[in-house]
Design a protein around this ligand. Structure first.
Ligand code: ADP
Ligand code: MG
Length: 254
């Protein structure tokens, strides 16, 4: 069984005012097939955690570790992380003018697997992903994210997930900007990937809404760079009722 383990992670970023520690000791263990929700108020460090796992150069790990099946993820380049089975769906996906969705996905799949996918299988996979995400055929020929609506960007991220078949996916605010119908389609896409490949999911979200469609096994609440509370799905329900106020009243608030 695969395991992604984050242990006492401290992360600093450089700002105009000098280095600032954003994550102040975050630990969690995500096993294959599990879904962990990372929740928390704005600015608490959720995206910082996602980018650090993905290997964004801006985020400096000053102590702690991230390992995938015992291998040191922090020693891996961004490419190596993808090859090892890590996937990040960004909060704000980037546009790649001139590169079509179909070429982008095929190039990514080839890079990750170390060989080009067999054509017949690939065409089937692509069509299956597009059907399940209710995207029309013309979508595959558009430039990546260029002029995509918020919903299309998120569907494209989930389409990547379905064809690249990572071991672990970090989904950063995949629910933001989606209407309820798009949210259901995206959630179903994630659930299908879980069922098909035993995907482990780190589901980062400010709101509890998506958790009605993707049921978390565990919920971790991050406040000011630390895990403030952990529990099962019932914790998300509590947050839906109470919000984050009770975490922010103490000295923690920034
Ligand atoms: P979240 O995703 O939980 O909303 P982030 O991880 O994006 O939080 O941000 C955590 C903290 O880091 C915030 O206080 C934010 O202001 C700060 N931060 C993030 N990126 C930058 C940056 N480029 N420059 C300065 N501060 C930043
Ligand atoms: Mg964020």
């Amino acid at each position: 069984m695969s395991t992604l383990k984050i242990d006492d992670l401290h992360v600093t970023i450089d700002t105009e005012a000098g280095p600032v520690e954003i994550l102040k000791g975050v630990s969690l263990t995500l096993n294959e097939g599990e879904t962990h929700a990372i929740m928390g108020p704005n600015g608490s460090g959720k995206s910082t955690l996602a980018y650090t796992i993905a290997g964004h150069p801006r985020y400096e790990v000053t102590s702690g570790s991230i390992t995938l099946d015992g291998e040191d993820v922090l020693e891996m380049s961004v490419d190596e992380r993808a090859k090892a089975g890590l996937f990040l769906a960004m909060q704000y996906p980037v546009e790649i003018p001139g590169v079509t969705v179909t070429n982008f996905l095929r190039t990514a799949k080839t890079a990750i697997d170390g060989k080009a996918p067999a054509l017949r299988q690939w065409v089937g996979d692509l069509r299956g992903a597009m059907d399940s995400l209710k995207m029309d055929a013309g979508f595959a020929e558009r430039s990546v994210n260029e002029g995509f609506s918020g919903g299309e960007k998120k569907r494209h991220e989930i389409m990547q997930l379905q064809v690249l078949k990572p071991k672990f996916a970090v989904l950063d605010e995949t629910d933001s900007g989606l209407d309820v119908d798009a949210l259901k389609v995206v959630a179903q896409g994630v659930n299908e990937a879980k069922d098909a490949t035993g995907l482990g999911v780190l589901l980062i979200t400010h709101y509890t809404r998506i958790l009605r469609y993707i049921t978390p096994d565990f919920v971790h609440v991050i406040v000011a760079g630390r895990i403030a509370e952990e529990g099962g799905p019932e914790l998300a329900e509590r947050l839906e009722d109470e919000g984050y106020d009770r975490y922010l009243t103490g000295a923690e608030a920034k």
